[in-house]
Write a protein that binds this ligand. Sequence first.
Ligand SMILES: Cc1ncc(COP(=O)(O)O)c(C=O)c1O
Length: 383
Amino acid sequence: MLAERMKRLGTETAFEVLARAKAMEAEGREIIHLEIGEPDFDTPRNIIDTAIDALNKGYTHYGPSAGMLDVRKVFAEFITKDRGIEVGPENIVICPGAKPILFFSILALVDKGDEVIYPNPGFPIYESVINFVGAKPVPIPLREEKAFSFDLDEMRGLVNDKTKLIIINSPQNPTGGVLTSDDMKGIAELADKHDAWILSDEVYSKMIYEGEHVSIYDFPEVKNRTILLEGHSKTYAMTGWRLGYGIMPPVLADQISKIQTNSNSCTASFIQMAGAEALTGPQDESLKMMAEFKARRDLIVDGLNKIDGFKCLKPKGAFYVFPNITGTGKKSKEIEEYLLDKAGVAGLSGTSFGEHGEGYLRFSYANSQENLKKALAKIEEAL
Ligand SMILES: Cc1ncc(COP(=O)(O)O)c(C=O)c1O
């Protein structure tokens, strides 16, 4: 018999749709993949070479659970310079991916019966892990009319003294929306008033196509109650390497390191070395990738807006579009399945990201412009 808590653990449906699409491909169908949230680019050469070099130099052993001190120093210097906020290695925990920071932070901070506010539609792992620890998930709806931000008054109505943690994500998965400085200021005030922690998921911080990235970390008064979640997966096309990190008060960093000691011990040493190179080495490959994403965004938004029944905002960040499909008169899941079966285009129902995703689809534009054009033509034809 499994532990009771396993009934409360959710999953990511993106992987289920991917499995279905792969099965169809195995039967000879041509499928265009717009379901998976990972850059289709190769990791830049300087990062790969640094990893190989580190392996040859013997970075093949266990290291400290928080991450190697020299690498944490590099990450801290990068954050200090990049964001203009003083942080040191004692603030950093390096993990195999950004996901463990999310999982470990919730484990370390949230008790049974606590309340956690999280964006909906949002990254499905938030709700899954909140449920897993026996806390109460409190969704804050993201509104299309607010360019997929939330209503601050609605947020005020949800935060109370049981709120232990507020999760925010900007640029956002699945909508591509970004939060404004005013949104952040409102959250900072609420967290302070109700003594809540903030988990700011900024894995898409470098994927901004208009304006500057705004972070809750721009408000130094919340530094003592904030975990900033960052990672290499998206910015440097390193999803399979598994490398992410959290910036947090040292008192929490020690506890999260302890969870790491009890679970995965540490992050692979040679991968940490490659991660330091990613932050300090040439950025041209990453910048080229962002320019290509921007061109693809424009292409797919224009194309979707020409399809009857679809209406698509132009998102400012990440690599997702979240078209409103209510004009088709069908449910999101129905359209997801229909497009996979009839058009051979794999996308995700907005409901994969929570109940407030009904009426929308998510397409990832981590695919070539040629394939995006093909997908748009196939969707139009199928509908
Ligand atoms: C919003 C968000 N946070 C965190 C992650 C996890 O990133 P990683 O692959 O580094 O664990 C993802 C990945 O899709 C994401 O979309």
